[in-house]
Design a binder for this molecule. Structure first.
Ligand code: ZN
Length: 203
């Protein structure tokens, strides 16, 4: 299983990081060892003093595919979820400045929270999904998949040009605005269309 992540897919998030708007989706991979079960706490790694939360809509691939056309992409997934792309922002800034890959800041153990899965048929339109992240009971991030620069099916088409998608692969579709830091004992809870998808304690 691999985790394919999309960077800079929401205009308001691009603004808050001061990043340039990309010409095509920014993609990176997290190894399977990055995944943490939604019931497990997140242990802050000692190599970073600034871990950011990024709540993201997830897509689970259930069919193998390469060079998938956007119009057929819907056939490759049945389940939608919500997760967190934990990012060691201090380390990422150093790597970015040096023009180096982000893996150490993005793919470390526990950096991918994967919440509950929901059958996509329960949603009227996957391109109009509301989602939220609460930190200690207060909403800190809120987004809607309608705000995505590249929609889920377009992402699948783009990703599958480079990486063969296999059964069980998970796509992190990018974070909306509102990223922020986490501290010991914080509680992060994610909601997709009002349904609770995960609850993660920070250690
Ligand atoms: Zn992200």
């Amino acid at each position: 299983m691999k985790i394919i992540c999309v960077g800079r897919n929401y205009p308001e998030h691009i603004k808050e990081l001061g990043s340039p708007r990309p010409e095509s989706p920014v993609l990176f991979i997290k190894p399977d060892t990055a995944s943490v079960q939604k019931t497990h706490p997140f242990f802050r790694p000692d190599f970073s003093k600034l871990i950011h939360h990024e709540v993201e809509v997830l897509v689970k691939i259930d069919r193998i595919g390469k060079h998938i056309q956007t119009k057929f992409a819907y056939k490759y997934y049945q389940q939608i979820g919500l997760g967190i792309d934990f990012t060691a922002r201090d380390l990422q800034q150093i790597l970015k400045k040096s023009g180096l890959p982000w893996e150490k800041a993005k793919g470390f153990d526990g950096s991918a929270v994967i919440g509950d899965w929901f059958d996509k048929s329960i949603f009227d339109d996957i391109n109009k999904l509301d989602f939220q992240l609460k930190k200690n009971g207060i909403i800190v991030q809120r987004g809607n998949t309608a705000q995505m620069i590249w929609k889920i099916d377009e992402l699948i088409a783009e990703i599958s040009k480079f990486f063969t998608l296999k059964i069980g692969d998970i796509i992190f579709t990018g974070t909306p605005a509102g990223i922020g830091s986490i501290s010991e004992e914080d509680l992060l809870e994610g909601y997709l269309m009002g349904k609770k998808a995960f609850s993660v304690k920070i250690k």
